[in-house]
Design a protein around this ligand. Structure first.
Ligand code: GDP
Length: 463
């Protein structure tokens, strides 16, 4: 197990979100957790927490350390290690909600000998005590930050250890291969025949495929976590704001029939069929009239570059105009869906032109004021993630995991070819060892302290 300093002291933090609530929780973890709480807690039973049974809830009062005056009426949960979240002694004090009360209780606990916890330190301790691995620890953070139910479900699989199990299966097989190769290096007289040689090649190939399978889910995983970025563009008055509102299902952008009302870039979040999306309405301006508009146009271009899909909006009730043509030319190499809006009005547009430029599958007629259902389905179809959402397959969404898996794939690819070309076993075994190291970095078996601190610092305090 990884050796880490700083586990000796007892940590405390407010575990519930800032603001007012019915209750708020102060959480304490560490060797001294119970004795520290005893200094400021008076249980109704007259007993101390030290003399009380674990995994029970107790009623009592928190008092000011100095004056012994009552601070709050509380319920206290006692969980002795190792059967606790951190695997240490943990006490959770359920106070009345409200930051003043919670801060005062925390202050008393700190006065009594605890140290204020750093962000993610409770989860970090659970990891350091081997209760969960790093992948599971990261899942805790993901669960807290989950924007959609589908991502929440994925994070829960991860917390249950499904990704870790997948990784460990690959790792075990690689260790077997590594041991076998090392034996061949050290005892060359034992040798292997052509068939045995081929078997090793095949076994490496299978593990390369397994890593690849995990990686292929990363596009969907990223979308589940971060969402699809959709950028709306088009000349003024074609109905961009109306489409944005229809997709968001609320009146956000100002809709008027005066051309050029949306002067700056608007960004909003929503969900389409369980997929988080971020919608950006760009300024519908081509020729800037002032500096603000110039700036807005520059920003629009940046958004277009980073988009997963650009919705180029055209007006069904008007012939194509020079500005439409210019935009179509500009967006030729971008992932575009042409949305021909206002289909409820008499057609004036020549739809064959966008169809020729982008292909008929990339052109869709809609009416923002009637329904955008077809548009929603088309967006999901274009993004091509739906099938992964329905299955219970494992999805990789964490960029740290993706990078390590990519490196492991590279190593295994190298090992496969080296073995196939009958290169000396030393080189093959080196590549396999490097792949194992990459997998170990994901689960946290071998990870340096700095990286660990960086990972946990992204957590919120109290978690
Ligand atoms: P933007 O400048 O591209 O954002 O356009 P707006 O969303 O502000 O819309 C301009 C005008 O077109 C408004 O009067 C809208 O009510 C109208 N409009 C938008 N979509 C439709 C549609 O599908 N059908 C009809 N008939 N009018 C629409």
């Amino acid at each position: 197990m990884y050796q880490y300093k700083g586990l000796e002291d007892t940590i405390a933090a407010i575990a519930t979100p800032a603001g007012q609530g019915g209750i708020g929780i102060v959480r304490i973890s560490g060797q001294e957790a119970i004795t520290i709480v005893d200094k400021v807690l008076r249980l109704e039973s007259g007993k101390t927490l030290t003399a009380s049974t674990s995994h029970h809830v107790y009623y009592g009062k928190v008092v000011f350390h100095q004056s012994q005056q009552i601070l709050d009426e509380v319920l206290v949960v006692l969980m002795r290690g190792p059967k606790s979240f951190t695997a240490e002694d943990v006490v959770e004090i359920n106070c009345h909600g409200g930051m003043t009360v919670l801060r005062s209780v925390l202050e008393e606990i700190l006065q009594a000998g605890a140290r204020l916890a750093a962000p993610g330190e409770f989860t970090k301790r659970a990891f350091l005590h081997g209760r969960i691995d790093l992948v599971q620890a990261e899942a805790v953070s993901d669960i807290i930050q989950a924007k959609t139910e589908s991502f929440l479900r994925q994070s829960q699989y991860q917390l249950k250890g499904e990704l870790s199990t997948h990784l460990n299966l690959i790792r075990e097989e690689l260790i077997k291969l590594y041991t076998m190769l090392e034996a061949l290096i050290n005892f060359p007289e034992d040798g292997i025949d052509a068939q045995g040689h081929q078997q090793i090649v095949d076994r490496i190939g299978i593990q390369e495929k397994n890593v690849n399978k995990l990686l292929s889910s990363s596009k969907s995983g990223r979308i589940l976590k971060e969402g699809i970025r959709i950028v709306l563009c088009g000349r003024p008055n074609v109905g961009k704001s109306s489409l944005l509102n229809a997709l968001l299902k609320e009146e956000r952008a100002i809709v008027t029939n005066i051309a050029g009302t949306t002067r700056d870039v608007l960004e909003e979040s929503a969900q389409i069929q369980g997929i988080p999306i971020s919608l950006v309405d760009t300024a519908g301006i081509l020729e800037p009239r002032d500096l603000i508009e110039k700036e807005a146009i520059a920003r629009s271009h940046l958004y277009i570059k980073s988009a997963d899909v650009v919705l180029l909006v055209l007006d069904h009730s008007q012939p194509l105009q020079a500005e439409d043509m210019a935009l179509m030319q500009q967006l030729k190499t971008t992932p575009v869906l042409v949305v021909v809006n206002k289909m409820d009005l008499t057609p004036q547009i020549d739809i064959s032109i966008p169809e020729q430029i982008f292909g008929p599958k990339r052109v869709l007629k809609v009416s923002a004021i009637h329904s955008v259902k077809d548009l929603e389905s088309k967006i999901v179809e274009l993004i091509d993630v739906q099938k992964d959402f329905d299955s219970h397959g494992m999805m990789i969404s964490n960029i740290r995991h993706i990078k390590a898996l990519e490196a492991a794939r590279e190593n295994l690819h190298g090992a496969y070819h080296l073995m196939n070309e009958k290169t000396s076993f030393e080189f093959v075994s080196e590549e396999i060892k490097a792949a194992v190291n990459q997998l170990d970095a994901i689960t946290g078996r071998n990870i340096d302290e700095d990286l660990l601190d960086r990972i946990f610092s992204e957590f919120c305090i109290g978690k």
